[in-house]
Design a protein around this ligand. Structure first.
Ligand SMILES: O=C(O)CCC(=O)C(=O)O
Ligand SMILES: [Fe+2]
Length: 528
């Protein structure tokens, strides 16, 4: 743990990233070429990124995810390809995961720092703090903590958010509390920032978000209540580690997901751990992207950590999540839908998207303006692709702009979800290198259950999905990612994948991933 990290720009990526132990070693001087040559290993069969063909909304197929265990996938959108899945987890398994989440201390589970907090160190929620430059950090905190009471109160906060200074804004106490809550900064909701909260804030590069928030405040959109103190945060999370788990379900799940997605088990197993999240009434999650657009100036986080290839110029890693597989672990009394504002639009228009900000992404107030709204139900899984497949390479393609989504406000009851993200590096050779290192470290001998995939065509209604509300397009629309493109690649990938699920090893650990990304224009995690 003698790592030195001294990245200055830790701004834009705000997510919490959970990684396992010594993967954190990132060398200060490790430079990553911005142009990466794809090299294929001689004689090795190239893995493909399968993508299920959505066919059409209402299309149903069955997949055997474990011997004797069949799940049903119903297409709910074609852009992005999105499916409702039944029986991936039984009700008992849902209960079990909620229990595991609770046992992991979900009630206090806020991972405050991200790996990009490298200047000041990395703080993990389990109390394992990989900290560098602590002294420097404490000093910074102390310069803001004028009255030296160990917390940053609302007066002191004005000094450390440059944008407040720049705009010469004086916020009231209630406004600061609302700001902290809206930007998800006050983890324990006590109205002041302690060292860890302050640290998280300072490394998040919040200028744009604060700026946007001030705009909303000035537009009268933000109502503050001067009586309000100590609000609750919107959701809580816990990570269930496949890697160290002796839990039968956690060990088995990567294989079910491999069968479900048609992806090679190595891809699933080297992906992220499962995240269990809980929302209380009033909790929501504004629309966002789970993955970031490909940008070769920076690496995918999982490769970055393992392969130590960080660019000094662009030290911020990208979240590279090909697929999201999200299961509702309980029935929500009211609200808590998952909304996809752009699903199945005829076209996606960046201009229109920006114009409609922030209403499109505001799922507290505009949930039902979304094109697709999925209702939670215990044991129901929603799976969608955050990226297209590149038809040339059969590998990770552009971000699918239609995959914008979020969690609508929970009106009554509590909402529990379990997230599985399939992380894939867009650079194939890096993914393979990552696998090598990863499995060398976590090799566990064993065997894998036999898998078969069936596909039946059965029409059903799409009763749990609100019907499309038409398109939001203009003549300046950019038509990205028609489903034909991804389907062509998917067929190609399908041909290749028969051999791709033949490998046999037991499930072991996965790199933890983050809950959300900074990619969504409305990527704020909000208020109660
Ligand atoms: O709560 C939901 O329905 C969506 C959650 C989500 O988008 C996420 O955790 O990334
Ligand atoms: Fe998400």
């Amino acid at each position: 743990d003698d790592v030195t990290l001294d990245f200055i720009d830790v701004g834009a990526v705000t997510e919490d990233v959970r990684i396992d132990g010594d993967n954190v070693a990132v060398k200060e001087d490790a430079l990553r070429d911005s142009v990466v040559e794809e090299e294929e290993e001689e004689g090795e069969e190239r893995l493909a990124l399968h993508q299920l063909d959505p066919v059409e909304v209402g299309y149903v197929r069955e997949v055997e995810v474990a011997p004797g265990r069949t799940v049903q996938l119903k297409t709910v959108a074609t852009k992005p390809p999105a499916f409702e899945i039944f029986n991936l987890l039984t009700p008992d398994e849902c209960d079990h995961l909620m229990k595991l989440g609770e046992d992991q201390g979900l009630h206090r589970s806020r991972t405050i720092a991200s790996v990009f907090n490298v200047k000041y160190g990395l703080y993990a929620e389990d109390g394992v703090t990989l900290v560098y430059n602590v002294a420097e950090w404490n000093q910074t905190f102390n310069t803001f903590d004028l009255n030296e009471d160990g917390t940053i109160d609302y007066k002191e906060l004005h000094r450390c958010l440059p944008v407040l200074k720049d705009r010469d804004v004086e916020l009231s106490l209630a406004q600061v509390i609302t700001l902290l809550t809206d930007l998800d900064l006050d983890a324990d909701s006590n109205g002041v920032l302690d060292l860890n909260e302050f640290w998280a804030m300072m490394t998040r590069g919040l200028d744009d978000q604060v700026d946007q928030w001030l705009g909303r405040l000035q537009a009268g959109e933000i109502i503050t209540d001067d009586k309000v103190k100590g609000q609750h945060r919107i959701s809580e999370q816990a990570w269930l580690h496949f890697i160290t788990s002796n839990d039968q379900l956690l060990r088995e799940l990567p294989y079910r997901i491999s069968a479900l997605t048609g992806l090679h088990p190595d891809i699933v197993r080297s992906s992220e751990s499962m995240q269990v999240a809980r929302y209380y009434p009033g909790g929501y999650y504004h629309a966002h992207y789970d993955s970031v657009e490909i940008d070769h100036r920076t690496s995918c986080i999982q490769s970055m950590m393992t392969l130590q290839n960080v660019s000094n110029l662009h030290p911020k890693g990208r979240i590279c999540r090909y697929i999201t597989i999200m299961t509702y672990l309980n029935d929500v009394e009211e609200g808590g839908e998952t909304a996809f504002p752009y699903a199945d639009n005829a076209t996606y228009s960046a201009e229109v998207a920006i114009e409609n900000e922030p209403t499109t992404t505001d799922l507290k107030n505009h949930c039902h303006d979304a094109n697709m709204v999925i209702h939670p139900a215990k044991g129901k899984t929603v799976m969608w692709y955050n990226h297209l497949v590149d038809p040339e390479t059969g590998w990770l393609g552009a971000q699918d702009k239609y995959s914008l989504h979020g969690g609508c406000k929970v009106k009554r009851g509590v909402k529990w979800i379990a997230n599985n993200w399939i992380a894939v590096d867009d650079i194939y050779s890096q993914q393979m290198e990552f696998h090598k290192k990863y499995f060398a470290k976590h090799a566990v001998p064993g065997s894998k259950p036999a898998l078969t995939v069936q596909s039946d065509r059965m029409e059903t209604d799409a009763s749990t999905v609100d019907s499309s509300k038409g398109t939001k397009s203009s003549s300046e629309d950019i038509d990205i990612g028609s489903s034909e493109t991804s389907n062509a690649a998917s067929e190609k990938a399908k041909a290749q994948r028969e051999g791709a699920v033949q490998d046999g090893e037991t499930p072991d650990g996965l790199v933890d991933g983050s809950r959300d990304t900074a990619a969504g224009p409305g990527g704020l995690k909000g208020e109660l």
